[in-house]
Design a protein around this ligand. Structure first.
Ligand SMILES: [Zn+2]
Length: 564
């Protein structure tokens, strides 16, 4: 027997079997009952939320000869023909594979003929946003003068790509993501019917990962059943979905509450190594923080949190949890707009570990914020000195340590970067930038994460300046000799050229670069005219400034601001 995917086998055949879209299915049922049928419908919403199922049910109901309170009977010849794809009056087009004008013109030509089997001629166009411009225009002509008894049902996951002229001629329905509870209820129902046992915790993991899509939920279940066809296990669900186990997330939450960035980074690296995705980690943190907040506020014992864990949470203010939820939410939003999945997670960790530190410390000790800041600066400076001393003792490292902000090493720091800038060329920087993606691919997950926050910003024939995106990671990257040595070697291999690395924190880099451009105005100009250096008076100030900007641009690849 050929295995049929759960999603297909359990595709709803009536409106009442559609999960989580009650408002829409009720409206469609009423339209059928009252025989008030528009010429065109537009079903918009995320994937797997029931758009195509509703389109099929609606199409069947339109031609059903034995309607059951607005539902198709699924037994009359028309219903059966529709189920078997043998209904001449029902045409389904997948615009993702047929985006040609011909297809739609074909519809336009045939649309004028009356339906043969049923009362209505129905066209379902799935993923309608994929139609070409020509096809949209052809469709629009048909929608402008719709023949009698023709119904178009357009479905799309990307409403913003559908021309407004089309949207305005349809009755629009917005499908929502299905709630986790509704997904779980449906999964339980299906598994019970299939006589498959399950761990309820596994289903809640599946529901979270499915993100409101029934199709995704059921295809994950299908994959889990390929491990063990009779039982859905929690461990399998964790492994398959890359969902971090709750204990790990509990540990991470405690670390974040303690504002320990190093431990947080380490824990997250471990989770990523175990296969968790940044999105899962953030989702679970939100979920856990929300539950913790509820447990603390209402003193409710929830089935998910052990009393031991709740005890550990008690010393922290409730604002700390809502803060974390807010920060994680921002990171989740950012995740949707980037391919660099690690960056929003890193930003979240940094912020989560920084937030509230001064206030909290001040609150406890009664010191003012400025006192705290001063103290903090001192600690940073001392740590830095200690690190430098240790770095001086180790001779094998090919890396020059550059200090972050503290006073004693500020000038040395500048000098190191200055030396590179004095001889920087665009070619060297391009050479390094070109091989950067290849370099990333030679690293393991955790190392890559660290290198993700570093960016080559200038290069001379012998040295590269790497800017570190976040102050907090700067120290960590600068101390990671194994990483820096590996990077140095790989760059040499890939560029066939030896470069030394100079690391600098983001804020310091901007200052150094600015100062360099300021103090090298003359040289930069001279480089542009190496044969004849023009006397300064012969040029208008504006013109000079512009040349400096152009020159700096050539060097750094972006605009450097010049202040007089
Ligand atoms: Zn029927």
């Amino acid at each position: 027997m050929v295995y049929q995917a759960l999603y297909r086998r359990w595709r709803p055949k009536t409106f009442s079997a559609v999960v989580g879209q009650e408002a829409i299915t009720e409206t469609l049922k009423n339209a059928i009952k009252r025989q008030q049928i528009s010429h065109a419908f537009l079903f918009a919403g995320p994937r797997g939320t029931g758009k195509t199922s509703c389109a099929k049910i609606f199409a069947k109901a339109l031609n059903c000869t034995n309607l059951q309170d607005g539902e198709p009977c699924n037994q009359c010849p028309n219903c059966l023909a529709a189920d078997h794809g043998a209904m001449n009056d029902l045409l389904e087009i997948d615009a993702a594979s047929n985006n040609g004008v011909d297809e739609i013109r074909n519809i336009r030509d045939k649309v004028k003929y009356a339906p043969t089997q049923g009362k209505y001629k129905i066209y379902i166009i799935d993923e309608v946003h994929m139609l070409s411009i020509g096809a949209f225009n052809a469709l629009l002509k048909t929608l402008e003068e719709p023949p009698q008894n023709v119904v178009f049902i357009l479905a799309t996951t990307e409403l913003q790509k559908v021309p407004a002229t089309i949207i305005s001629r349809t009755q629009r329905f917005q499908f929502k993501r299905i709630s986790n509870d509704a997904l779980i209820t449906r999964m339980k129902f299906i598994l019970d019917q299939e006589k498959i046992t399950y761990d309820p915790k596994a289903l809640s993991v599946v529901a979270q990962v499915a993100d409101g899509g029934m199709r995704d939920a059921l295809s994950i279940l299908d994959q889990l059943l390929s491990y063990d066809g009779t039982n859905v296990k929690y461990e399998d669900a964790l492994q398959l979905t890359g969902f971090a186990a709750q204990e790990q997330i509990e540990a991470l939450l405690l670390i974040l509450l303690k504002h320990d960035p190093a431990a947080a980074l380490q824990k997250v690296q471990q989770l990523l190594k175990d296969g968790a995705m940044p999105k899962n980690i953030l989702d679970e943190l939100i979920d856990l923080s929300a539950r913790a907040l509820l447990a603390l506020q209402a003193d409710i014992q929830t089935q998910f949190l052990t009393s031991d864990f709740i005890q550990k949470l008690k010393p922290y203010p409730q604002s700390a949890f809502s803060n974390l939820i807010e920060l994680a939410n921002t990171a989740l939003t950012d995740l949707r707009y980037t391919n660099q999945q690690r960056v929003p997670l890193d930003v979240f960790l940094v912020k989560a570990c920084q937030e509230d530190v001064p206030e909290k410390a001040a609150l406890k000790s009664g010191v003012s914020r400025s006192d705290f800041d001063a103290l903090n600066q001192k600690v940073i400076a001392l740590t830095q000195k200690f690190q430098e001393r240790r770095a001086d003792q180790s001779v094998s490292v090919s890396v020059q340590n550059t200090a972050k902000t503290p006073e004693p090493s500020k000038s040395e720091n500048r000098q190191a970067v200055y030396q590179v800038l004095e001889h920087a060329t665009r070619q060297d920087l391009n050479a390094v930038k070109d091989i950067w993606p290849d370099l990333l691919s030679t690293l393991g997950v955790s190392q890559r994460a660290l290198l993700d926050v570093l960016e080559p910003v200038a290069a001379s024939p012998t040295k590269i300046v790497l800017k570190c995106q976040y102050e907090l990671w700067f120290e960590r990257a600068n101390k990671d000799n194994a990483l820096l040595e590996h990077v140095t070697q790989e760059i040499a291999k890939l560029t066939k050229h030896d470069y030394h690395l100079v690391l600098i924190a983001d804020s310091a880099w901007l200052k150094v670069r600015q100062a360099f451009v300021e103090s090298h105005k003359k040289e930069l100009l001279a480089q542009k005219h190496p044969t004849a250096v023009q006397p300064e008076t012969s040029k208008a100030d504006d013109e000079k400034k512009e040349e400096i900007v152009t020159k700096a641009k050539a060097l750094f690849g972006d605009a450097a601001h010049i202040h007089d």
